[in-house]
Design a protein around this ligand. Sequence first.
Ligand code: NDP
Ligand code: MG
Ligand code: MG
Length: 341
Amino acid sequence: TTDIYYDDDADVSTLDDDTVAVLGYGSQGHAHALNLHESGVNVVVGLREGSSSRSAAEADGLTVTTPADAVSQASYVSVLVPDTVQADVYENAIEPNLEAGDTLQFAHGLNIHYAQIEPPEDVDVTMVAPKSPGHLVRRNYENDEGTPGLLAVYQDTTGDADERALAYAKGIGCTRAGVIETTFQEEVESDLFGEQAVLCGGVTSLVKHGYETLVDAGYSPEIAYFECLNELKLIVDLMYEGGHAEMWDSVSDTAEYGGLSRGDRIVDENVRENMEETLEEIQNGEFTREWILENQAGRPSYNQLREAEKNHEIEEVGERLRDLFAWAEEDETEAENDSVE
Ligand code: NDP
Ligand code: MG
Ligand code: MG
């Protein structure tokens, strides 16, 4: 069984003699910096000249400087700029200012696992990855709740890498909920697979195919939207609470029989093969090579795919329906609060 670490397994005062540089003040950055700060850790935020996040970090009462200066002040560097710029920030601001015995930490292992960043041998390299968007990491902490997280040690030169990463995980509130130990490889490959095959790619594709099948057969777009997209949330909420069992228990016997007898016909062996191919491209580095080249070329395919997705009929139908029905109003207020936090 997997070891899970809780508050009792970690001690924030392990970092008493450290200064933690939090590079980036976006989704994860703002949450880590504020939670650590309120946990009594010495934090300095590193942002580039002219950064649009600077005023927010300063208004939150944090010390802000450039990434290079933050790294040279710090003994613990938390890299929370977007994955696509990390190699560049590493080369220009981090690497020249790292010292032996420092900790270099990530919230996602992509750049280390695919060797876009190759740290020197005399620093610890760790990962603390909250399994949730940054705004929830912050909100949970403020509500005395935790956010589950993953912890991994890629390189341990001080002999304390684990203990230090656990202290950090406690500082941002993760050990309140539980922290699972993993490796960079497992975190990266499973994360990419999950978002591509199931969570983001698989689900939206399933929804679009369902919607199109109904609309092409003459059913109204509004009905198709409710059946194939809107109700998905209610089903997922039940799965989240009590697994598939709770979902099957809650739907009608008709839905249960229909779903159990037809589900594997929809998502069949072909889909399974496609998933395996997708996983292979992740494992052999093909996906990441493609993504790096895509960024270097100015994101032409990415922009095209985004545009096509935005222009799908289901988006227009959804916008209209969300305006007409009350459920969306609450959600939008919540979303606004999120972005203000
Ligand atoms: P964001 O996109 O929210 O980070 C934006 C921050 O990075 C801003 O402060 C921005 O400042 C700064 N930034 C952007 N480009 C540069 C640059 N070239 N040089 C210096 N600073 C820059 O990132 P996330 O929080 O989404 O992701 C951070 C890490 O956390 C990633 O490794 C990600 O995989 C991981 N992660 C993210 C999760 C999430 O929910 N978002 C969940 C778990 C892990 P500026 O105003 O200057 O642009
Ligand atoms: Mg993920
Ligand atoms: Mg991801």
